[in-house]
Design a protein around this ligand. Structure first.
Ligand code: HEC
Length: 470
C-alpha cells in the first residue's frame, strides 16, 4: 500500500471529539501497571526498547504475533512473560493502545495534509474548499438532481430542497422521526428512474406503533413524492415489527444504494453488539429488498427458518457509508469500529463481517472486547483504521475537476475531520491518502453532477465542495 506523506505541518490536534480517548481508560492503567517501568511513559523506551517504531521489533510481525510474544516474553532479552498476569484479550487491548499512541506521536511530528493559505495540495492537485450551502442544522445526507438542485436531510427531522442557490423551508408533511441520540432523519436518495416515477426515498429512526417502550426505535424506509414543497404519496418500504424495535440511542446505520431494481441499506447493531451475529434480528446488517419493499426470493437467508429475510450481510457494527463502484457495481461500506478498528468492507451476498466476534478495536473505555481479529468464515476489512477516524459517508468520484481521481473512493471521518482518498482494486486498497483535514466533521460525501466533490460537514454545519486551483 502506498501512503503518500505530505510535507507541511498542519497544526490540528487529534484531541477532538472521539479521538481524545487515545491513551486513556482501563488499557492505560494496564500499560502503566505492566509495561511502563521498562518501556517508558511515552512508550519511547527505557530498560526495554521503544514501542513507537514497530519496524525495530525483532520478533513481533516477523513470524510471531504480538499476542504470542507478550504471552511468552523473551526472558534472555529481559522481556518478562505475561501469560499468568494478563489475559489474551488484555494483551490485545495493549496492542491497540500502542498503535493509538504511536499514531498520535507520529502525527505530532509528521504532517497529515498539506495546506498553505487555504490551498490544499494532494497528489498532483491543488484545491480550495468552497462553501456552497449554509443555514443548515446538522445536515446528514445530500442527493443531487443537478448541480443547482439537491435534497438535504437535517438530523432533527427536516428535509430541505436546495435550488438555484436557495434553501427551501422544511418540506411539509415528511414522516415524523425520533431524533434522540444518533437517530433522526438520516438518508435521502431519489430512485434511479426518478425522472419517470418521481420517487424519493427517506431513511430515518422512529418507534413502531404499538411499541410499549417509548425509547424503542429502529431504522425505517419510506418513499414519497414532493410537490409544491409538500411530501405526498408516501409508501412504507421497510419497517420492522414492534418486537424488533430496540431502546438504545446509538447505531442506526441507514445508508442506501440502488442497483438493478434493488435497494440495499444498512442498519447498525443498535448498541446490542451480539445481535449483529443473530440472523433473526434486523440490526447489525446490510439488507436487500426490491425498490418497492418486496423481499427478493434469492436473498441469502430467505429459506432459513426464523431468519430475517431481507438480510444480505451480517456482523456489521454500524455502517454509515455505502456506495457502489460506478463501473463494476461492487458495493463498499464504511463501518464504525469501537475504539480502533474502523473498517472498509466489500459487501457480498450472505457474508459475515465478524462483529463482535472479531474486531480490530476495543471498548471506548479501554477494556478489551476480544483478542480475535480474524476467524474462519468471517471477512477481513480491506482496510482498518486505529485509532478510529469515525468513518462516515463515502462516494466514488465520477467528476472531471480531478481527472486522475476518477473512480477513487472518498471517505469522510467525523471525529478526525478528515477526507481520505482510497484507490481500490476490487478487494485491495492500492492507494490511501488524507486529502483534507480540520474543516468540520465529514458526515457525507457526494460526487456532484458538475464534476466537483461535495462534502456535508457538521460543526460548522455546511455543504462545501473541493475546487481545483490551476
Ligand atoms: C522488565 C522490563 C519489561 C517489562 C515490564 C516489559 N517489557 Fe517488553 N521488552 C523488554 C525488553 C528488555 C525487551 C527486549 C529488548 C527490546 O527490544 O526492547 C522488550 C521487548 C518488547 C517488545 C518488542 C518485541 C520485538 O519483536 O522486538 C514488545 C512489543 C514489548 N516488549 C511489549 C511489552 C508489553 C506490551 C509490556 C507490558 C505488558 C512489556 N513489554 C513489559 C522489557 C520489558
Amino acid at each position: 500500500m502506498k501512503i503518500l506523506i505530505p510535507a507541511i505541518l498542519l497544526l490540528t490536534s487529534l484531541s477532538i471529539h472521539g479521538q481524545n480517548r487515545i491513551g486513556t481508560g482501563a488499557v492505560q492503567e494496564l500499560y502503566e501497571q505492566h509495561c511502563l517501568s521498562c518501556h517508558g511513559a511515552g512508550l519511547d523506551g527505557g530498560l526495554g526498547g521503544s514501542l513507537l517504531d514497530s519496524s525495530d521489533w525483532k520478533h513481533v510481525g516477523k513470524g510471531k504475533s504480538f499476542l504470542e510474544y507478550v504471552r511468552e516474553g523473551d526472558l534472555e532479552a529481559g522481556m518478562p512473560s505475561f501469560k499468568d498476569g494478563l489475559s489474551d484479550k488484555e494483551i490485545r487491548s495493549l496492542e491497540i493502545y500502542i498503535d493509538e499512541v504511536r499514531q498520535k506521536t507520529d502525527r505530532e511530528t509528521t504532517p497529515i495534509v498539506q495546506k498553505e493559505e487555504n490551498v490544499y495540495t494532494a497528489g498532483d492537485y491543488q484545491f480550495q474548499v468552497e462553501t456552497v450551502i449554509e443555514g443548515l442544522s446538522t445536515p446528514w445526507s445530500i442527493y443531487f438532481f443537478t448541480p443547482e438542485h439537491a435534497l438535504i436531510t437535517e438530523k432533527a427531522g427536516d428535509l430541505r430542497i436546495w435550488k438555484s442557490g436557495q434553501l427551501s423551508p422544511p418540506v411539509d408533511g415528511t414522516p415524523k422521526v425520533d431524533s434522540r441520540g444518533q437517530g433522526g432523519l438520516l438518508e435521502v436518495a431519489a430512485h434511479p428512474d426518478y425522472a419517470d416515477n418521481g420517487w424519493i426515498y427517506l431513511g430515518f429512526s422512529v418507534g413502531a406503533e404499538g411499541t410499549a417502550d417509548p425509547n424503542a426505535r429502529m431504522t425505517k424506509v419510506v418513499r414519497g413524492r414532493i410537490a409544491d414543497n409538500c411530501w405526498i404519496d408516501e409508501e412504507v418500504i421497510f419497517e420492522v415489527p414492534a418486537a424488533f424495535q430496540t431502546a438504545a440511542g446509538v447505531h442506526f446505520g441507514t445508508r442506501f444504494v440502488f442497483q438493478d431494481g434493488y435497494l440495499y441499506f444498512s442498519i447498525g447493531d443498535r448498541g446490542a453488539q451480539d445481535q449483529a451475529q443473530d440472523l433473526t434480528r434486523p440490526n447489525g446488517k446490510v439488507h436487500r429488498i426490491y425498490d418497492d419493499g418486496r423481499i427478493p426470493a434469492d436473498n441469502p437467508f430467505v429459506d432459513q427458518s426464523g431468519a430475517y429475510a431481507s438480510i444480505w450481510t451480517y456482523g456489521n457494527r454500524n455502517i454509515q457509508g455505502l456506495a457502489a463502484h460506478p463501473e463494476t457495481g461492487w458495493i463498499y461500506a464504511t463501518e464504525h469500529g469501537p475504539r480502533g478498528g474502523d473498517e472498509i468492507n466489500l459487501i457480498e451476498k450472505g457474508l459475515n463481517y465478524g462483529w463482535p466476534v472479531i474486531t480490530h478495536g476495543m471498548n471506548y473505555n479501554g477494556t478489551p472486547i476480544t483478542e480475535k481479529t480474524e476467524a474462519p468464515g468471517m471477512e477481513q476489512p480491506l482496510l482498518h483504521w486505529t485509532p478510529s477516524i469515525a468513518v462516515c459517508g463515502i462516494d466514488f468520484y465520477q467528476g472531471t475537476d480531478f481527472p486522475a481521481w476518477k473512480h477513487d473512493l472518498f471517505v469522510g471521518g467525523l471525529a478526525s475531520q478528515e477526507l481520505h482518498r482510497l484507490r481500490i482494486d476490487h478487494d485491495k486498497v492500492i492507494e490511501h491518502e488524507i486529502v483534507l483535514k480540520g474543516e468540520g466533521r465529514v458526515r457525507d460525501v457526494a460526487s456532484g453532477p458538475d464534476g466537483y466533490l461535495y462534502l456535508v460537514l457538521n460543526s460548522p454545519d455546511r455543504v462545501v465542495r473541493l475546487v481545483s486551483v490551476r
